[in-house]
Each structure stands twice: as C-alpha cells, then as structure tokens.
Write a new protein. Structure first.
Length: 430
C-alpha cells in the first residue's frame, strides 16, 4: 500500500538538523527514536476516533443482511468473509475488501448498536458521551484527562464532534482552516481588522515568564473548591501554551480535510507523545445524510473512509511503539457514526434516520476477528451477553453507552464512574 507523503517540510528539516547535532528533545512522555521509553499498559493506551457525520448505512459494509426481506441491498453487492468477519463487498468499494482482508484479525464489528434517537445532535451526543445533556465530557476527553499532565494536547481534535464538558483543559481543536497553526506561528494576528502591536522576543519572554509564575502561584493557594479547580486548570493551560510555542518548530498541526491527511498528523502526535487521544473525521459535515439517492452518496463515502482507514492503520503499524513493536499494538481505533439509516429505500431512493447502527473497533487489547451483536428481521439490534459478546435474548442492550464503557475499560478506567447501569462488553477485551 502506498502511504501518503509527509507534508511536513519544516518539521522534517528541523528533526534532521537536530539529529545531525546529536540533540534529542522530550515532548510529553514520548522521546525521539532511539531513546529508551517507558512501557505501556492498558492505562497508557492511545485512542483515535474516526467519525462519519450524518448517519451511515451499515448495510453497505458492516451488515450483510442478504437473507433479510425487510432490507434493501444493492444489486451488485455480495456477501464476503474475511476471517471471522462477514461484510458487504461491492465492486465500487475495493478499499473495503483490501482493509478487511488485511486487518480483520485486529478488528471487532458491533452490529445493532442502539442510539435511542433519530436526531443528529442527540445521537451524536449519545454516541460520544452516552448522555443527551451536552455538558458531559465525551469518551476521548475522559480518556485523555486520565493522564493529561503528561501531554501537551491530551485530546487533539482534527475533525468531527467534541464535547469537552468540564474537561476543556484537556481538549484542543486544530481548526478547519488551520487556526491552531496560525496561533502558534503568529499569522493569526494578520487576520484581524485592527492592527495588533506585537512584542519583541525578549519582551514576550518576560511576559510569558510572568504569566507562568503568577498561574503557578495562584494554583498553590487554596481558596475554595471551585476556584482551586479553575486555578489548577489555568496553570495547566499556561504550561501547555509554553510547550506549544516550542512545538511549532517540530510539528505541523495543519491536518487538512481528508482522512488520509489527518492520519499523518494523528500518528505523528502519538509518536511524539503530544496527545493521547485524537478525533478525526471522514467525509464532509453531514455528507453521510443521504435522504435521497442513498447509494450514490454512501458508496463513495464508504470507499473514501476505508481508503483513509487503510492508510491510518498502516501508518500505526509502521510506527514503533513505546514498548510494543508498533503504535498499532498500543492504540485503539474507534470508527463510528451517530446513527444508521432505515432498512428500506424511500420514494426518492434515499434512506432516512434509524436508531440502530454499527461501530468498529480495532487495534490494541481486543479479541479481534469477530462480529458482536446483529440485527433481527425487523432490523432492530439484538441483545448481547457482556461477558462473552455473544447474542443473547436476555442479555444487555448493545447501546452507545456499552461501547463507551468498553472503550473506558480498554484504558483501565472504571466505566461505573462515568456510565450508569451499563457493563462493558468484556468478551471483546483480550
């Protein structure tokens, strides 16, 4: 598989220059290649979320419902099997076949995941947080916050939704137009309609040092629980800001809009120990919302998604891990959409919103090469036994919350602290 070129001439030049001088820099908790690094367990696993906004149609890849008379499938589609995973193959989506054949042993497909709504905003909140409050931090924010002091940008959002809740200090967006990069290199000042006076480097350094000292001093004095939390978060933010100023010479945060481009930035952020969690997007915002001409819209999106996923996973597999052979052995990739689509086509060849969908996990800590859950004849999701992951009539509903609980368990975080009344699907955890 041909990998995308690194669009990082600035950082590549600096990295090679530093290497030539024999200089190594420590960023976060990771180090430059060749330097001994600490081991990684479940509590140190990394996470990448890939979000397809708009509601995908699982029957075009994940749900081969060929024997179900209540589901409309494409005429050219066929049932295919890669290891223990059955899926939908189509001649217009060769990247799906390539990905499944290459990575089925590292993947788990969850079919029939319930999101309890057919409204985009509500389903997105449920898929990412397990609640509809809009104030609850999402799974990547929770995961990143567990060890946020070790990362400059614990959760870096390159695309897709983000619900930081009360964990905003752990979350940063690159911005669709490269706003983070513009802030770091100072070009953002040129975007103002009003002239902004800038300080020379020595003066700016004095200001930075003063702010850092004041933030640390304020955090060291206890006044009230609320003020103490705010002061601690502000102190952390100032430290991260100082780190970011150095990172502008070593990391290009301009991720682009394609999944393949975002993948390059994501893997580099993991390699350099800058982030623990990243959120990426596939397809334009709400591009998957195919109420008309479902297959004309969905098919190229699925092809693009799996083409980008193939490049992302290959990059992870090629990158050395902290302790394991590769980053793929230390990283969990979660691929999801906020909802599914109706089993039958509507009058204009489209499909409308549906409260059951599919999710794919792959990478570290999983008993891969399997499908969990499924759809019944009415295209409703089936219950599963959390202990085994097998379909069980009296088992637990395979819900978005259950997926979230499983992600938390994969990071050695007690799901009960964040999700009420739901057990993780322990059967998929190695």
């Amino acid at each position: 598989m041909k990998l995308p070129k690194m669009h990082t001439s600035r950082r590549s030049f600096l990295a090679s220059s530093l290497a030539g001088l024999g200089v190594g820099l420590t960023l976060g908790r990771s180090m430059w290649p060749g330097v001994a690094r600490a081991g990684v367990g479940a509590s140190k696993r990394k996470f990448i979320f890939v979000f397809a906004q708009g509601g995908w149609d699982p029957t075009r890849v994940f749900a081969p419902e060929f024997s179900n008379p209540n589901v409309d499938l494409e005429a050219a589609a066929e049932r295919a099997v890669a290891g223990g995973i059955a899926y939908v193959s189509h001649p217009d989506r060769p990247s799906v076949d390539a990905f499944m054949q290459a990575w089925h042993d590292r993947s788990v497909v969850f079919n029939g995941v319930m999101v309890r709504s057919i409204a985009h905003e509500i389903c997105t909140m449920l898929a990412m947080t397990g609640t509809t409050s809009g104030l609850t931090p999402d799974w990547p924010a929770i995961l990143a916050d567990q060890d946020r002091g070790s990362f400059t940008l614990p959760h870096l959002v390159l695309g897709g939704p983000s619900f930081p809740g009360n964990l905003g200090v752990a979350v940063a967006r690159t911005g669709a137009a490269g706003q983070l990069e513009a802030l770091l290199n100072g070009s953002a000042l040129g975007l103002s309609d009003i002239d902004v006076a800038t300080l020379r480097s020595p003066s700016q350094a004095l200001v930075d040092r003063f702010v850092s000292q004041r933030a640390a001093a304020r955090a060291s004095v206890s006044r009230s629980k609320v003020e103490d939390v705010l002061a601690a978060d502000f102190n952390t933010a100032t430290q991260h800001a100082a780190d970011l100023k150095d990172l502008q010479y070593l990391m290009d945060f301009t991720g682009g809009t394609s999944l393949a481009d975002q993948a390059v930035v994501a893997v580099e952020a993991l390699q350099k120990g800058i982030s623990r969690c990243l959120t990426l997007s596939s397809g334009a915002a709400f591009g998957w919302d195919t109420h008309a001409q479902n297959d004309d819209g969905q098919s190229p999106l699925w092809e693009g998604l799996f083409s980008g996923l193939g490049q992302l996973v290959q990059l992870l597999a090629n990158a050395p891990g902290e302790e394991e052979a590769s980053l793929l052995d230390e990283t969990v990739v979660c691929v999801l959409s906020e909802m599914g689509r109706t089993p039958l086509l509507n009058g204009v060849g489209g499909k409308d919103h549906w409260p059951y969908t599919s999710v794919m996990l792959l990478g570290a800590g999983l008993t891969g090469d399997r499908v969990v859950g499924g759809f019944d004849t009415t295209y409703y999701g089936q219950n599963v036994d959390p202990a085994s992951g097998d379909v069980a009539e009296g088992g637990q509903v395979l819900s978005a919350e259950a997926i979230g609980a499983t992600l938390l368990a994969l990071a050695d975080v007690d799901p009960a602290d964040y999700v009420m009344g739901v057990q993780p699907i322990d059967g998929v955890i190695a």
